[in-house]
Structures are given as structure tokens and as C-alpha cells.
Write a protein that binds this ligand. Structure first.
Ligand SMILES: C[S@@+](CC[C@H](N)C(=O)[O-])C[C@H]1O[C@@H](n2cnc3c(N)ncnc32)[C@H](O)[C@@H]1O
Length: 393
């Protein structure tokens, strides 16, 4: 840091612990509300957790970063029109849900705004129509698995942006069959001096089970947490693939075949090559495809997508990808743009990586149009969501 920026930082530091009256403009990626304060003729962005759009707040600055400030609410002076009392009594302390204080309707509106703003920033020249968001049939009690932390006698989630444990006896976004087990589990687990993590989940037969993470696998094998929304997501993908009617399809980040099997069922001439790194997931897929006699129509590769795309030709008909939060790698995006498939279906759980990846694909110069764009509200009460985008050439 040079002297100049040191001085600037020092003067910003003077804002630490200061109180301000602000209005929340909108919500940000990460779940906090965004407000601004004037300082030395500059407008500084302040991120405020647990706020709601148009809230008038007294806030206290608790952290000063190079380009922004962090604040906490000291007092809600005038609640915004969409603020509500969080239905869960832990919500204002718990780091599990960032948006329970915002009405369900407004949460959807803010998710749509976030996506549009990111597209405007990363791919401003691309035209699209954002279809109405697909709502979760249940906005509470929808999660079929949760991860809780145990410390001493407490069991719960970390508080927002901290490692302080919020001890809970129920979780309003977990399936009731999981939530109802929390008090009993807390009473039976050994006390722990260090923080240990537990996964609580419903099995395929909807029975409750729990395990310490690190003991039975690492809890890393992917499965969608909102089963009803997953069915809608798969249905939406199915419709788009059906409309394109491809003969071949490459599926990257395929998991255990969440999309592959329904696709093969609907399209009798389709052949899929699917790629997934986690052997636990691919062996489940292989078991299923063997049982269904689909060996000739589904080829499952247990490997890293990067190495796959470098040594195997991708489908020129259809590429479906559903990457983790960090998005696709440059190697994959380059190989996709070299292949120039007729259709690309990108399912994303992180809108920033989606927008950045779409920018890298150089859609307009390669002749791609956005034929479908839609949010799937997979994670109500939080700022997270799934986006499905179909690109057609
Ligand atoms: C968002 S999940 C999607 C899984 C699947 N499409 C589904 O709907 O169940 C992303 C998947 O990518 C896998 N994965 C992560 N990094 C990978 C990589 N480099 N190569 C291949 N698969 C990877 C993860 O194991 C995970 O199953």
C-alpha cells in the first residue's frame, strides 16, 4: 500500500463505530442490503445484513474495507414496505437464512433484479426475456438435508459472518421430519470441546438419519436439497431438450444422472455422454443404467470435466452443464466455443459465475441467442437461487 492509500484508509478508519441513518436501496449478492453514506464528498457503499429494501435504519459501522463498509442495524426507524417479522425466531441471529425478514414476493423480485443487473454488467449487448420465476411449492420446511455444528452442549448454525454458534431446537427451512429431531439429537450427542459438523437428512425412503461429517464420507456427494423444486428444474430442462430434439448430448457435471435418466426416458433416440468427478455419484448412475439396460445410450465418465473436454469430442447438437458455484473453467468454455454446439443449456447455482461465464462464451459474435432464461427459486428465505439459460445457434 502506498502512502496515499494508507492515508485514505486511515481516514476511512475514522468511520469505525460511527452511527448513520441510511435507506436500503436493494439487496446484494451475498444477502446483505446495500446503503450508501457520504464521506469526504464520496458516496460509500455499506453492506447491512438482515435488512430489507427501503428500510430506514440507524446503522453502526463495524468494518472498513478498501472499497466498502460493513454495518449492523442499531435500530429499524421505518421498516421498508416488504419487511416482515421473520417467521423463525432464530432468523435475525442465525446465519442459515439471510432473507427471512423480507416478504416471499419481494425475495423473488430481488432475485430477478440481481440476475438482470449481473447480465447488464457482464453481457450488456445480449437481449433476452426473463421468464416468470418458478416458485418453490413450499417456501418453508423444504430442505431434505441440513448441516449443523456441535460445540459443547449447543447444536445449530453459525451466526451471520461469524463462528459464534446459534443454538437451535428447530429449523424452519428443514423438512419437519428433520427439524423435529433436533432437540432429541442435541440431547443424545456427546458434548464436544471442538466444533464438529453433522449432516441431518432424509433417506430415499424418507427416514431420518444423521452422521458426523468426516465419518461416513465427507458429506460431499451432491444431491439437490429441495426435492420438489428439483422435479420442476428437471422438468424445465426436459422441455428445452425435447424442443431441440438432439441425437447426441454431452452432459458436464452430471452428478448421479439427475437429468440424464429422465432425458433418456423421453427421447428414445438420444445418446448421452455424461461426466462427473465423484465416483460415488457415477457408480450410482452406472448401477441404475445397468438395471435399466441403458448401456448403449448412456456413457458415464468418472473424471474431471477439464480433462474430458480436452480428449473427447463434445456433442455438436447439445451440451448441458450444471457446474458447482465457481462455474465452468476456461478450458471448458474454450472447448464449448470451439465445438459450437447448436444448443447449450447452462444450469447455474451462482449468478455471478454464470454471468461471467456467459461473457467468456462471446455469445453474440458466435451467433448464439438466449432462447430461454428463468430463475428456479430452489432456496427460499436465502439469497441463493438456480438459473436455467438455454443458448441456441
Ligand atoms: C451443481 S452439482 C450438479 C449435479 C447434477 N447435475 C445434479 O443435478 O444432481 C455439480 C456437480 O459437479 C461435480 N463436479 C465438481 N467439480 C467437477 C469437475 N471438475 N469435473 C467433473 N465434475 C465435477 C460435483 O461432484 C457435483 O456432482
Amino acid at each position: 500500500m502506498n502512502n496515499n492509500s494508507n492515508t485514505k484508509r486511515d481516514s476511512l478508519e475514522s468511520l469505525l463505530n460511527s452511527e448513520h441513518i441510511v435507506e436500503i436501496e436493494k439487496m446484494a449478492i451475498g444477502g446483505d442490503g446495500i446503503a450508501r453514506i457520504s464521506f469526504q464528498e464520496k458516496s460509500l457503499v455499506v453492506f447491512v445484513p438482515k435488512s430489507a429494501p427501503k428500510d430506514q435504519l440507524r446503522i453502526k459501522i463495524i468494518a472498513v474495507e478498501k472499497n466498502y463498509l460493513s454495518g449492523v442495524i442499531s435500530e429499524v426507524l421505518t421498516p421498508g414496505p416488504h419487511r416482515r417479522e421473520p417467521p423463525c425466531s432464530y432468523a435475525l441471529r442465525c446465519g442459515g437464512c439471510s432473507w427471512q425478514q423480507i416478504s416471499d414476493e419481494e425475495q423473488i423480485h430481488q432475485k430477478e433484479l440481481l440476475l438482470k443487473e449481473l447480465f447488464q454488467k457482464f453481457i450488456p449487448n445480449i437481449s433476452y426475456t426473463l421468464s416468470p420465476t418458478v416458485r418453490s411449492p413450499h417456501v418453508f420446511n423444504y430442505r431434505n438435508r441440513i448441516q449443523l455444528k456441535r460445540h459443547k452442549k449447543s447444536l445449530g448454525y453459525f451466526a451471520d459472518k461469524s463462528h459464534d454458534l446459534v443454538d437451535i431446537d428447530s429449523c424452519l427451512i428443514a423438512d419437519k421430519r428433520i427439524s423435529d429431531q433436533i432437540p432429541q439429537l442435541k440431547a443424545t450427542l456427546k458434548e464436544s470441546e471442538t466444533i464438529t459438523k453433522f449432516e441431518l437428512r432424509l433417506t430415499q425412503d424418507l427416514a431420518f438419519e444423521h452422521h458426523k461429517i468426516g465419518e461416513k464420507g465427507e458429506g460431499l456427494a451432491f444431491s439437490q436439497v429441495n426435492s420438489e423444486m428439483n422435479a420442476l428444474l428437471v422438468g424445465g430442462a426436459l422441455d428445452l431438450v425435447l424442443a431441440a430434439n438432439p441425437k447426441s448430448l454431452t452432459e458436464l457435471y452430471a452428478g448421479s444422472g439427475n437429468f440424464s435418466f429422465p432425458l433418456l426416458q423421453k427421447l428414445s433416440n438420444l445418446v448421452i455422454e455424461s461426466v462427473e468427478l465423484n465416483p460415488e455419484l457415477t457408480s450410482a448412475a452406472i448401477k441404475k443404467l445397468t438395471a435399466q439396460n441403458l448401456q448403449k445410450r448412456l456413457l458415464v465418465f468418472t473424471t474431471d470435466c477439464d480433462s474430458f473436454v480436452q480428449r473427447r469430442r463434445l456433442s455438436s447438437d447439445f451440451i448441458l452443464l450444471d457446474p458447482p458455484r465457481q462455474g465452468a473453467t476456461d478450458v471448458i468454455l474454450n472447448q464449448i466455443t470451439k465445438t459450437l454446439p447448436k444448443n447449450i443449456l447452462y444450469i447455474s447455482c451462482h449468478p455471478v459465475s454464470l454471468a461471467r461465464d456467459l461473457q467468456k462464451i462471446r455469445l453474440d459474435s458466435l451467433g448464439y441467442k438466449v432462447s430461454h432464461l428463468q430463475i428456479y427459486d430452489m432456496f427460499p428465505q436465502t439469497d441463493h437461487f438456480e438459473t436455467m439459460i438455454c443458448l441456441t445457434r
